[in-house]
Design a protein around this ligand. Structure first.
Ligand code: FAD
Ligand code: THG
Length: 812
């Protein structure tokens, strides 16, 4: 479908940007419908103050923002007056260093400035309160309605049409595909592709076609001051702005000029989720349904904080204000993708003006070419686990996302609420062992076990180092994890692998299906396990899997999360293959370490000697009386097995293994140790180290691509690929106490050339190991520098894997 007929619902900044991106790509049969009138439609875009700060912890979001700025500058719809984020607390000042790091990692210009420079940049500041700032010269103000209009005009000139007063009330479908939309007036518009760019109406609209669009409309306060003498300039327009846009995150505030007035936005108030049913009745017939009356009391702390920071405000007051509505999501990211059960229906929602054109470009590529050029997994409509699709979860977490908009969030911070949604059968035992639980994928996952604290003294006596950490990297961390990792390599440990997503693929077409979907040969003997990749059409890595052939027509697949189920489901043949998520009904314990065989053999019904049960093989047998599937696979790179059982046997399995482990001094070990061990072994973590943006070779997983296989999804793109300019490398820090956490910029000879993906302290070598995307020319032995908060660390590119390159630990 090179020229689909497209209907876009919504002519806000997203809908208009998308119309432009589609038409400039030659897809010109585009109709954009809006319930409001063009182009001040009454949606969030109509009154967005348009502040654009490009720097974001997410590389993808920064990329979206950078493209948006570039495009809006070209359209004459951007006032590039720069951005200034100020710190009034030590914690924020340190965090500005981290933000500078992100900017450098993702290529956004920026620098840290001292209070005097802050004052020069923004003379209204009381710099006695300011400890420092982060100045980003290419940030600024998007003129959102102008940008929407300009893009709509260009799209119109290429054939698109924009129709106001057209409220879509029904999405039409036939034979399981979208065929168009119907409006309140009863008019029908035919379409092959319908894109919902309906902003905070999006959840409502999605629900009409059985789609959960997890966003919550929230009110957010925006106010304008009276005239300020300090801002008076002769002959300036009423909305003119000269000073950099300003963020005062310590008090949840931001500022922009409107001529001689100041606009103030506030995120410090209570979350104000908006009930759509009530809103639509209350605002029926109004031109601005997205503007609610200003609630003055909520703004009081904002005003006090503002007059403190900007004394010039003292003579003024809030002259006008409103509570404006826009979308929040459970993780603060946008929502993009195609409805799986209704092909042709797409969504692009919960998008800020800041990211709008970037999102639209990715959407246009996705719709027309099959895949976006930027990795969008963080924004994918199908990234959410099942419990995360409940109204309760969506409301709780999106409200929290509002609260945290300007908060300093640690990279290892985990969700506090809702909790205990998914617990493994070992949960009670883990609690007895003092597990410290992190939430991930709605699962409770032990990060470390307090019961292992005494090992620190024992290992210290043996000369194992437990380096002190700075306050930041010490959060969500315990040195117990070093002991657990070390213990795994010296003795044996039990890891709860239950949260590892797993599927059963069965039926006469199972083998052929997996052969077509993945890069490696999985048509091997029953009992084989294969490490393999899912690629998209462009050759980008969508996931890495282990595929175990349990019978001729039965495979168990170890995967990375909901996006894998989505991808496989979309590609399922009409018949012959059954795909089932078996994660929740099963459990898994990884038993790994040099003593693993000694531990397991006495309680296992099968011969598990190296000769009988080789590396990357699977068998079905019993541990005691518990039926299990065992795979000789180890993400921590040690002798041992993943032992799977159905959930009701879990408690018994744990107890049997624990009891058997007593004489070998087996411990339970947590996620931090797990992560450190897999870094030692050079194993990638999909979504962090590699994404759909990367081909297998440069990501270091080219060995999982079969050279002999005639075809598989993505092969053609690999065959034609150019030499990579960047590759993923292991780097090892020179100082034993140097720690980084991820996303830090990496430089060579003072020039930033790459960024860190993941990192962990290695108990085996007594140094931190990290992965970094670096220019292909930077090789083993080369020195690099990694900025970390207010300091920087030297590191050296290391051959992979750092530990056990000859595989002797695993294959014994
Ligand atoms: P909208 O602009 O809301 O467009 C959606 C359109 O869909 C609307 O025009 C609506 O009429 C139409 N529609 C909905 N349902 C239907 C239907 N059934 N049929 C037909 N049409 C329909 N972002 C920034 O980047 N920087 C900022 O500084 C900033 N400040 C903000 C301050 C405030 C007070 C608010 C409220 C928001 C702010 N935002 C900011 C967020 C930003 O405004 C929004 O995220 C963005 O405008 C959303 O664009 P959109 O096109 O998705 O949605
Ligand atoms: N266990 C199982 N499935 C999984 C994971 C797991 N699926 C998702 C994710 N983790 C996949 N990641 C890896 C990464 C590396 C290995 C296993 C899963 C691994 N690699 C060996 C190597 O690279 O040397 C073997 C490769 C080979 O022989 O082809 O073990 O943790 N079940």
């Amino acid at each position: 479908m090179t020229q689909p007929k497209v209907v876009i619902i919504g002519a806000g900044i997203v809908g208009t940007s998308l119309a432009d991106e589609l038409t400039t790509r030659g897809c010109t049969d585009v109709t954009v419908l809006d319930r409001g009138s063009m182009f001040t439609t009454g949606g969030s875009t109509s009154h967005a103050p348009g502040l654009v700060f490009q720097t974001n912890g997410s590389k993808t979001m920064s990329e979206f923002a950078r493209y948006t700025v570039e495009k809006f500058v070209g359209l004459g719809a951007f006032n590039q007056l720069g951005g200034l984020e100020i710190a009034t607390t030590e914690a924020r000042l340190t965090d500005l260093h981290r933000r500078l790091g992100w900017a450098q990692s993702w290529g956004i210009p920026g620098e840290l400035v001292n209070p005097a420079q802050c004052r020069e940049l923004h003379p209204l500041l009381d710099v006695d309160r300011v400890l420092g700032g982060f100045h980003t010269p290419t940030d600024g103000l998007a003129k959102a309605v102008l940008a929407a209009t300009a893009q709509a005009d260009r799209a119109t000139s290429l054939g698109a049409r924009f129709l106001g007063d057209q409220e879509v009330v029904e999405v039409l479908q036939r034979g399981g595909r979208v065929t168009g939309v119907r409006t309140a007036a009863g008019d029908e518009f035919a379409a092959d592709v319908v894109v919902s760019a309906a902003g905070f109406w999006g959840a409502q609209l999605g629900a009409t076609v059985g789609l959960t669009v997890p966003l919550v409309p929230m009110a957010h306060q925006f106010a304008k001051t009276g005239q300020l003498a300090e801002l008076r300039r002769d002959g300036q327009a009423p909305d003119a702005a000269v000073l950099p846009i300003l963020r005062y995150q310590d008090k949840d505030l931001y500022y922009r000029e409107y001529g001689d007035r100041l606009g103030i936005g506030y995120y410090g108030h209570r979350p104000m989720p908006v009930d759509m049913a009530t809103l639509l009745t209350d605002t029926a017939g109004e031109a601005m349904p997205s503007m609610l009356p200003f609630t003055e009391d909520d703004f009081a702390p904002a005003w006090t904080a503002s007059t403190d920071l900007l004394p010039a405000l003292g003579d003024s007051k809030v002259e006008e204000g409103f509570n404006g509505i826009f979308s929040f999501t459970p993780d603060g990211m946008s929502i993009m993708g195609e409805h799986r059960d209704l092909p042709g229906f797409w969504v692009a929602e919960a998008v800020w003006v800041t990211h709008s054109a970037g999102v639209a470009k990715a959407m246009a590529e996705w719709i027309l070419d099959g895949a976006p050029s930027v990795d969008v997994h963080e924004c994918d409509l199908y990234r959410f686990e099942e419990p995360a699709k409940s109204p309760e979860f969506i409301l709780t977490t999106s409200s929290q996302a509002f609260v945290e908009v300007y908060d300093i969030i640690h990279p290892h911070e985990y969700r506090r609420e809702p909790r205990d949604l998914r617990v493994s059968p070992f949960h009670a035992r883990q609690r007895e062992l003092g597990a410290f639980f992190f939430e991930g994928g709605c699962w409770e996952r032990p990060a470390w076990y307090e019961a292992n604290a005494p090992l620190i003294a024992e290992l210290s006596a043996d000369g194992v180092a437990f380096p002190e950490r700075d306050d930041w990297s010490n959060r969500f961390y315990s040195p117990i994890s070093i002991a657990e990792a070390r213990w795994t390599r010296q003795h044996v440990a039990l890891y709860d692998m239950t949260p590892l997503t797993r599927y059963e693929v069965s039926g006469p077409g199972a083998c052929e299906f997996l052969q077509r979907m993945t890069t490696n040969n999985v048509d091997k003997s029953v009992g084989s396990v294969t490490y393999t990749l899912l690629l998209d059409e462009t050759g980008g890595v969508r996931s890495d899997l282990t595929v175990a052939r349990l019978a001729a027509d039965l495979y168990q697949v170890g995967a990375n999360g909901p996006l894998d189920m989505d991808w496989l489901t979309r590609h399922l043949p009409e018949s012959g293959v059954t795909l089932r998520d078996i994660t929740g009904g099963t459990c898994c314990i990884g038993v790994w370490g040099p003593r693993a065989r000694d531990l397991v053999a006495p309680v296992c019904a099968a011969d598990i000697s190296h000769g009988a049960f080789g590396y990357f093989r699977a068998i079905r047998t019993f541990i005691g009386s518990v039926p299990v599937t065992m795979m000789r696979v180890s993400y921590v790179g040690e002798l041992g097995w993943e032992i799977y059982a159905s959930a009701e046997h879990g408690a018994k399995l744990w107890d049997l293994l624990f009891e058997a482990g007593r004489e070998h001094r087996a411990i339970a070990a947590g996620r931090i140790a797990f992560n450190s061990l897999r870094l030692e072994k050079g194993y990638r973590s999909w979504g962090t180290d590699m994404t759909a943006e990367h081909h297998p070779g440069p990501a270091g997983v080219g060995f999982a691509v079969s050279k002999k296989k005639a075809d598989f999804l993505g092969k053609a793109a690999l065959d034609g690929a150019a030499e990579p300019s960047k590759v993923l490398r292991s780097i090892v820090f020179d100082a034993p106490d140097a720690v980084v956490l991820g996303k830090e910029p990496v430089s060579v000879d003072g020039v930033v050339v790459g960024y860190v993906t993941s990192a962990g302290y290695s108990a085996t070598i007594g140094r931190t190991i990290a992965y970094a995307w670096l220019p292909a020319g930077v090789g083993v032995g080369d020195a690099v520098n990694v900025a970390y908060l207010t300091t920087s660390h030297t590191a050296t590119v290391h051959a992979e894997p750092v530990v056990d390159p000859d595989m002797t630990l695993i294959r014994r």
